[in-house]
Design a binder for this molecule. Sequence first.
Ligand code: AHR
Length: 512
Amino acid sequence: MQRNLLKISLLTASILTGNAFAANHEVTISANLQDRGAVINKDIYGQFAEHLGHGIYEGLWVGEDSEIPNTKGFRNDVVGALKDIKVPLIRWPGGCFADEYHWREGIGPKDERPVKVNTHWGGVEETNAVGTHEFFDLAELIGADVYINGNLGSGTVQEMAEWVEYMTSDKNSTLANERRANGREEPWDIKYFGIGNESWGCGGHMDPDYYVNLYRQYATFIKTPKGKRPLLVGSGGDTDNTEWTDVLSANIDRNMDGISYHFYTLPTSDWQKKGHATEFDNAMWFKTMERTYRMETYLKNNIDIMDKNDPDGKLGFYVDEWGTWYDAEEGREPGFLYQQNTLRDAVVTAVNLNLFHEYARRVHMTNIAQMVNVLQAMILTDGAKMVKTPTYHVYSMYTVFQDATSIPFKLDTSRYSMNGEDLPAVTGSLAMGTDGHMYLALVNMDPTEDADIDLNIDGKVNKTLSGSILTAGNITAKNTFDDQHNLEPKPFKASADKLVLPAKSVVVLTLN
Ligand code: AHR
C-alpha cells in the first residue's frame, strides 16, 4: 500500500516537473508457456545488399587480388561476422538498382563486362565485377539463401525469363550450358524472386492496376525445374500506402507468394532534412521511436487488407526494406547513403523485430536496409578496418528467435511520453527457440526511465534469469574504427521476481 502511495506521488511529481522525478515504468507480461503461436520465419532476419555506395564494392567485395584477406574476392572479416549472426537470406541486386540491372552484363570474363553508370546512386561507374556468379559465391560463403530482385522497370519479359533459366536449369539448354561454361555446373536454388521494385517510384512510376497486368505477364514466364520455383514477390507499397497491397492481393490470384512493403525510419519524417545520425537530443530520440512504432499501424492495416482478400493466408507480407535513414554524412557522396549507427539504431531494431514477431503469421520475410556501409548497416568498413554496429549486436542477441515458435503473451506497459505524445515504453517478444528454451526479449524505448517488469507467467521459469543486455550511459553511444568495442552486449542477470529493464536498453533472457 505504502509502495503504491509512493508511486502515485512520484507520478504526480513527474507530471508536474516534466519527468524529472518520474517513477520507473510499470510493465506486466502475462503468458502461459504451454501456448503456441506462429513460427517466426528465420527469413525475418534477411538482409539487403544493393549495388549502392560501398555496400558491395569495398564493403563486401574487394577482389581476389586485394591485400585485404578474402575468399573468392569477398572479405573474410565481413563474411565471418555475417556468418556469426546467421544471416538467413540476402536480397540483391537492388532496390532501385534492380530495375536498371541487366544480368548478362554481369557474367563471363570480368575484363569483358561492360562498365555502366549507376544512375541512382552517385552516378559512379559500375564495373559489373560482382554479378550473378559472385553473388551466389557470397551467399554460399555466408550460408544464406538468396532473394534475387528481377528487372521489371527496364527489362523485358524474355530477359527475366532467361535469367531464371540460366540460374536454375538442370537441362542441356544453351543457357544452362553457358552457366556451366562460366564455372557453375549445378543449378542454383533461388528462394525468393522479386518482380520489380518500388514500381510506384524508381521502378517505373506505375499505378497498381497497370503493375498487376505486368506482374501477371512476367510471372507467367518464370519457369524452373519442378520443385525449384522460387517464392515470387509482387512489388508493393510503402509507408502509409495500403493501395498496392489491396490491388495486388485482390487481383493477382496465381504465381504470387507475397507482397513486398517498404518503410524507413526518418527521425524528422521529412525527406529533405531527415535528421543527424549521431547528434540528437531526447526529443529527436522520441521522434525516431514514434516514427519507428508507426510500423505497428502499417503492418496491421496491410495485414487486415490481406486477411480480407486472402482469407486462407496464402500470401506473405514481406517488409523487404526497412531501417533508419539519416542525412548523408558530411564530406561523403550523398548518393552513397553512408551513415553511422548508435544505441538509438539498436533500440529501433529491437522495436521492429518485436513487431515482426508479433505479426509473424503474415510477415514471413524482411530485409533490413542494408548489410554493409549503407543506411542502417550491420557493418561499416574503412579500408582494411571493420566495425560492428549496435544494430549488428541486436541481430546477434536475437538469433535465438530465428524459426522459434511464438508464445502468445499480453504486455501491459505504462507510456513513454514527450511533448504531448506517447508510446508504449516497453515492447517484447516471447518464443520457444528451436533448442527448446523459452526466450524473452524486451526493449525499453524510454531513454531516461527504467521499467519494473512483473512476470505473470504460467509455466516453469528459472528463479534467476540470465541473458544479455545492450545499453549505454549516453543515447548517442556508438562504435567507431578506433573504439570498436564501446557498445557491445554484456551479460545480464536478474531475479525473475525483481526484473528491472534499464532505460534505453535491449535485453534477451532465457526463461528456462
Ligand atoms: O535502400 C535504398 C533504396 O530505398 C532502394 O534502392 C529503394 O528500393 C528504396 O527507395
